[in-house]
Design a protein around this ligand. Sequence first.
Ligand SMILES: [Zn+2]
Length: 207
Amino acid sequence: MPTPLHRRPGVTVDQIKAKRQRLVDTLKSPEHNARVPTREYGNHDPRIAPFPACTCGAPARLEQTEDGKWDARCSSCAKRISHPQKHDWAACLEWCQLNMEQMSYQDLPLFDIKHRDPAPARARMVPIHEDLILRSQIATLDLSINQRTWKQAAEQKAPGIEHLEKLQAYTAWAKFALRLIKVANEAQQLDETCEPSQLPSSPSPAS
Ligand SMILES: [Zn+2]
């Protein structure tokens, strides 16, 4: 993956602002807005994520690594997330993706997809996910601009960190919701191809 613009050496605040403006133009365009069903995702704080037991039955463990990141793994078998994450909620959501058998998109407390079938749930989530990616990119550039222009002591957090973290958390939830919907959709198609009428008639008992 190429280095994002705001991390490239020598990039100027003006260049970041120009890129930000292009993204904002897309975000505000009528075409984009016509596709996005909502930006109200629900009351649940996305930084609180589910953390199910491992599919082997053992409890999962969430631990902070020496460099302050978060690792999630099974307390019994070898299952663990591929990379420790900066945020605990991100480690939990990565863990969820390894244990999807126990979860359903209809249990997610966000995005109002509880009562929707897989196809309409997906139709709702695809543009919400794209919108969140765009908003996260803009918030990332906002934070970068703030950090470069912030006059206070270096250890103070530049404004925008919490806003960005929430958007990133919503984005990770949206990605996870789409994966769960895909699983549900595949299960539904499997059900439909296995309708009793299409199954071979059961063998008659041996005489
Ligand atoms: Zn396990």
